[in-house]
Design a protein around this ligand. Structure first.
Ligand code: PMP
Length: 285
């Protein structure tokens, strides 16, 4: 379906929405992005996503040629112009067209692109039965090489892990960090429940600071559930009572198996189901 795509202040039909082959976003993955979601035409946690986008850009010394407030307005405009109610939004900022060399200083004119589209949901069955995932041999990027907190256009680290997961028949896969601790999944953050407490790796485990992760931490706090952001190992997952993933596209999705070991009773647990229902309420109310 044809969409109107926002590119640097203009709404362009998707067939004509193009960037230069000299754009360093294409040549080197030099740029940043966000994945957002709208519910009933309203973008969920727009400010938080825009903040993360500007932080990612700042971390790679990329100046976005508009203010955060203008970015929020442009996002809402792209959603409205396409008549999107429940949809997915991809915002991209590239370094812009430059030379074939690496030097980002030779790029001018960063491209700001906002694509508002419908969302391809995971099948409902996966939410009811829970996911079976595997640990990949691909470790998450070392934070001193490319911080996972930067949502950069170079997602090969995650794609290589995803390929391994898919080969093992899993739609998601667990990534450890360079210390062998649990980091996150290829496109989702991870949570465990152990004796009624919620556990999730801290940001310094080398993970993306997920917007959904923060929303779930808030929901849990309001429900009086203790949340600990602590280093975790694969063993902690094997012996957890419950496990679930969070992400903009996935929302809250239960995990029932890791590396062929059942987690808890091998079915979605009560705290997971409660948080999933409360997240649903938060986004749809
Ligand atoms: N980790 C990674 C690597 C991701 O790509 C995503 C999706 N953006 C997440 C976690 C979840 O973040 P969010 O809840 O902000 O979508």
């Amino acid at each position: 379906m044809s969409r109107l795509v926002y590119i640097n202040g203009e709404m362009v039909p998707s067939e004509q929405a193009t960037v230069s082959v000299f754009d360093h976003g294409l040549l080197y993955g030099d740029g940043v992005f966000e994945g957002l979601r709208s519910y009933s035409g309203k973008v969920f946690r727009l400010q938080q996503h825009v903040r993360r986008l500007y932080e990612s850009a700042h971390a790679i010394s990329l100046t976005i040629p508009m203010s955060p407030a203008e970015m929020c307005a442009a996002t809402n405009h792209a959603v409205a112009a396409n008549g999107i109610q429940d949809g997915y939004i991809r915002t991209i900022v590239t370094r812009g067209a430059g030379t074939l060399g690496l030097d980002p200083n030779r790029c001018s004119d960063p491209k700001v692109i906002i694509i508002a589209d419908s969302i391809a949901l995971y099948p409902e069955e996966l939410y009811e039965k829970g996911l079976e995932i595997v640990t990949t041999s691909v470790i998450r990027n070392h934070p001193a090489a490319l911080s996972p907190r930067i949502k950069s256009l170079n997602y090969l680290n995650n794609i290589l892990a995803k390929l391994e997961g898919l080969k093992a028949g899993c739609v998601e896969a667990l990534m450890l960090n360079h210390k062998g601790e649990v980091a996150e999944c290829t496109g989702d953050n991870i949570f465990l429940v152990r004796d009624g407490t919620l556990l999730t790796p801290p940001l310094d485990a080398g993970i993306l600071g997920g917007v959904t992760r923060e929303a779930v931490v808030e929901i849990a706090g309001r429900a009086g559930i203790e949340v600990l952001k602590v280093a975790l190992t694969k063993h902690d997952i094997y012996v957890a009572n419950e496990c679930f993933l969070t992400g903009t596209a996935a929302e809250v999705i239960p995990v029932v198996k890791l590396d062929d070991r059942s987690i808890g009773l091998g079915k979605p647990g009560p705290i997971t189901l409660d948080l999933k229902a409360q997240f649903h309420e938060l986004t749809r109310s």
